[in-house]
Design a protein around this ligand. Structure first.
Ligand SMILES: NC(=O)c1ccc[n+]([C@@H]2O[C@H](COP(=O)([O-])OP(=O)(O)OC[C@H]3O[C@@H](n4cnc5c(N)ncnc54)[C@H](OP(=O)(O)O)[C@@H]3O)[C@@H](O)[C@H]2O)c1
Length: 288
């Protein structure tokens, strides 16, 4: 590997990618870009090249990509125009003579029937990369297991879990497993326009989540599937705005429709071990 720029390196996924890269290559081969200088202080102290900038600021991207061979584009959040931000990075990479690009997409069953509009950016970004002329690797990542912490908290543990997901299944995967496997691919492989689906080796429903939490905690934790309308009503009573509720609804309906139930061996192959199971992940995430 020559020189790599990791965007989103100050985030939870990117941080582990950089840590894994650092164990195999010199810090001078790694560059990172962030909107906040202070978030990169530790990496800078280790000898990593740090650039203050953003996905929106093309001038900052041009500076960070000078002399770079490979860019890992970690998908942006949904606060701004995510598609335009991704295009800025892909276009700048081309302009700077970067040869290889990797992108963190999502493993979802059918892009045409997705309810969550935000997921469409991932597939549109994939399309844009495929026609960019850059060599690419697409990491289609499963739903983070950590996402369960948003929906299962102390309150749920006492009263039970009520979600409009039915018996929909998801291949929940620890973010750290995905990050480590991504770094392994970036370190070892030529960019031959490959797609990896980094999912767990099996899928789990919320009945499984509740049963495992019961087993691990010793307290009965029940999952009750509810109608979407009653979920939306509860969210409204909690003061959430219409757009936020709509976003949550799309996300949950996709789980219900098994959009998140893709399973492959790609993650196991690139980790060289089985991904963390839901039981072990829950133990860790909920200190059980
Ligand atoms: N697979 C899943 O279940 C799942 C779930 C949620 C999200 N995601 C996607 O995966 C991505 C990474 O996840 P994560 O957990 O590592 O997120 P995270 O901890 O929130 O980190 C996001 C990173 O993206 C950077 N970033 C965001 N917008 C940026 C911008 N406009 N310009 C420059 N940097 C920007 C942030 O940098 P600074 O703030 O330091 O500038 C930060 O390093 C998310 O952004 C999202 O697209 C996937």
């Amino acid at each position: 590997m020559n020189k790599i720029l990791v965007t989103g390196a100050t985030g939870q996924l990117g941080g582990i990618v950089v840590k894994t890269l650092l164990s195999k290559i010199s810090p001078q081969q790694i560059s990172v870009i962030s909107r906040k200088e202070e978030s990169m202080a530790e990496m800078k102290a280790k000898g990593i090249n740090t650039f203050v900038g953003s996905y929106e600021n093309v001038a900052s991207l041009l500076k960070a990509m000078k002399g770079i061979d490979m860019v890992l584009l970690i998908s942006s959040g949904d606060q701004g125009d995510r598609m335009q931000e991704h295009k800025n990075i892909i276009d700048t990479a081309k302009k700077c003579g970067v040869k290889n690009i990797a992108y963190t997409s999502r493993a979802l069953r059918d892009r045409n029937s997705l309810q969550n509009e935000l997921m469409k950016d991932h597939f549109n970004t994939e399309d844009y990369i495929k026609t960019s002329g850059l060599n690419y690797v697409l990491f289609q990542n499963a739903l983070y297991m950590e996402f369960l912490q948003f929906f299962v908290n102390k309150d749920n543990i006492e009263k039970g879990i009520f979600l409009p997901i039915g018996d929909g299944r998801a291949a929940f995967t620890l973010r750290a497993d995905q990050a480590e496997a991504m770094a392994n691919v970036l370190l070892k492989e030529d960019f031959e326009n490959k797609i990896y689906q980094f999912t767990n080796y099996e899928t789990y429903s919320f009945f499984d989540v509740a049963n495992l939490l019961t087993e691990l905690s010793g307290k009965e934790i029940k999952y009750t599937p509810i109608e979407l309308s009653s979920f939306e009503e509860t969210m409204k009573q909690r003061g959430l705005t219409e757009p936020v509720i709509k976003k949550m609804a799309g996300f949950l309906l996709d789980i219900k429709a098994n959009q998140e139930a893709v399973v492959t061996n790609d993650l196991e192959n690139k980790l060289g071990r089985k991904p963390t199971s839901l039981k072990d992940g829950l133990k860790m995430l909920f200190n059980l």
